[in-house]
Design a protein around this ligand. Structure first.
Ligand code: FAD
Length: 484
């Protein structure tokens, strides 16, 4: 096991994950080691469940059939948000939960992975005065929830109305046709969603959790599951006293308990210079949505702007990586162009990705955009399934799931401690690409070139950048393997 090189010893044990540690821990489990808890799924939910349980003193194994953040958790909009949308739906409870969890993430768990992001709602021809007043009331309630949740004004400044000139200074590509001004509010933006998952998983490892990627679970039952090492093809029965199924939109393939109605959300990426290097996000209400749905353009730390978001019901078998449809791309470009000086064209798009929201089935005729983003804890044949929710609230989802296990007879688990745990750091700030890649192989369980380019870094979001970094990724893998 590689030491905690390059990391502050903020937590007990080693947070370093790599191929050698994975092999040792898989061998021990295959030899019959029994764990208190088996977690299936290495997205944000499973990672928090592993951290929650391990930090309460339970022995934990997490199995993920691909890499960490292989599924939906890397296809999000990368916002740690206070749930403004839920307010528009009148769901103050859900917005309050989001605001509270945002406060934990931004203040305690991951201040090093989240930055405050200013967002503008342009008040132009598309937004009448009545609708503008309603939106303003909504963001003021959101602000109140921010204050009640304990997030300081220094971290997320209060919302305010700004003039057209200031709006165009913050987002230079905005059209000034009929622009009366904008509503400015603040929310949290992740440096990257997959990096949050990796940080939670490494922190869980520091508390002793075994984090096993490329390990697929099947045949879940009350005392364990069959695990297949996807790298060797070998299978073995893993024995566990309790199981949490955190397989997201795939959870229904492992249990009959979860009835899901997945909905697809697609994003596009354009270069920041095409939109005048915006310093604020633009959040343009979709006409006819009553201010509950927006098209957004979020400036990202890598000099791109993320444009989203669609919300379409998804039928049929769940793909590993859903594709962005041509109609969705057209819709997003047109919707955002309504508020821009110069319309976007397909030639401006340098990357695209889509994810499936693991939404719980509601009334059969409900639109997916109206299905609740709440999470649920379900139990079937002794297996606990935790489903729904979002990145922002995954810590609380995990707490609820582990509380359910902790309440069972004979389980000796302490109270939830994750509200007070700071997640481990990644490579030192400002590291060059070669250093970041080597760090990921030595300490963050990157086992393949795809892990490096598509999850430890997000160079893969822009295919041209991915191609440019392929050689460096191969070198990092070869070098660390040769040194170990
Ligand atoms: C388009 C879009 C935008 C979003 N934007 C935001 C946002 O900005 N902010 C926010 O807070 N939330 C957002 N969300 C919601 C958030 O991304 C999801 O709720 C969250 O990522 C779900 O995480 P999860 O761990 O439950 O599922 P996943 O990340 O899908 O993890 C499940 C894991 O289980 C693994 N798995 C499946 N089957 C098996 C098996 N048999 N054995 C082992 N492993 C298995 C999969 O490979 C996968 O890695 C967004 C969602 C979408 C779709």
């Amino acid at each position: 096991v590689v030491s905690l090189r390059g990391r502050p010893p903020a937590t007990p044990g080693s947070a370093s994950l790599n191929a050698a540690r994975r092999a040792l821990e898989l061998d021990a489990l295959a030899a019959g080691e029994v764990v208190d808890l088996l977690v299936v799924g290495g997205g944000i939910t499973g990672a928090w469940v592993a951290l929650d349980a391990a930090s309460r003193g339970l022995s934990v194994a997490l199995v993920e059939r691909g890499d960490l953040a292989q599924g939906t958790s890397r296809w999000s909009s990368k916002l740690v948000h206070g749930g403004l949308r839920y307010l528009a739906h009148g769901d103050v409870g859900l917005a309050w939960e989001s605001a509270r969890e945002r406060a934990v993430l931004m203040d305690v768990s991951a201040p090093h992975l989240i930055r405050p992001l200013p967002l503008l709602i342009p008040l132009g021809d598309q937004v009448g005065r009545g609708a503008g007043a309603k939106l303003e009331a909504g963001i003021r309630i959101g602000d109140r929830l921010r204050a009640l949740a304990g997030t300081s004004r220094r971290l997320l400044p209060p919302a305010r109305r700004i003039g057209a000139e200031e709006a165009r200074r913050l987002a230079p590509a905005l059209s000034d046709r009929g622009l009366r001004g904008a509503l400015l509010h603040w929310d949290g933006q992740l440096e990257d969603d997959a990096r949050l998952v990796v940080a939670v998983a490494c922190t869980a490892a520091a508390f002793g959790a075994r984090i096993l990627t490329y390990a697929r679970a099947s045949a879940l039952h009350a005392e364990g599951a069959t695990i297949r090492d996807e790298q060797t093809g070998a299978s073995f029965p893993l024995r566990a006293r309790h199981i949490v199924n955190a397989a997201g939109v795939w959870a229904g393939e492992l249990t009959d308990a979860a009835a899901l109605r997945p909905s697809k959300g697609s994003h596009l990426l354009v270069r920041a210079d095409r939109l005048g290097h915006p310093r604020a996000a633009v959040n343009a209400p979709l006409p006819g949505s009553g201010g509950s749905r927006f098209t957004f353009a979020l400036p990202r730390p890598d000099d791109t702007v993320l444009i989203g978001l669609t919300d379409e019901p998804f039928e049929g078998p769940i793909p590993d990586a859903p594709a962005v449809g041509a109609d969705e791309e057209r819709f997003l470009l047109q919707a955002l162009s309504r508020v821009l000086e110069r319309p976007l064209t397909p030639q401006d798009v340098v990357g695209r990705f889509a994810g499936l929201r693991p939404l719980l089935a509601g009334a059969p005729d409900a639109a997916t955009a109206d299905l609740s983003r709440r999470h649920a804890i379900l139990e079937h044949d002794g297996v606990v399934t935790v489903i729904g929710g979002k990145l922002t609230t995954a810590r609380k989802m995990a707490q609820d799931a582990v509380d359910r296990i902790a309440a069972r007879p004979g389980v000796e688990a302490g109270p939830c401690a994750t509200r007070r745990i700071r997640l481990v750091d990644g490579p030192p700030a400002g590291s060059d690409l070669a250093t970041r890649l080597r760090f990921a192989v030595a300490h963050e369980l990157a086992l393949t070139v795809d892990d490096l380019l598509d999850r430890r870094t997000r160079l893969g979001l822009v295919p041209e950048r991915r191609t440019g970094a392929l050689e460096a990724a191969h070198e990092a893998l070869d070098q660390v393997v040769a040194e170990s």
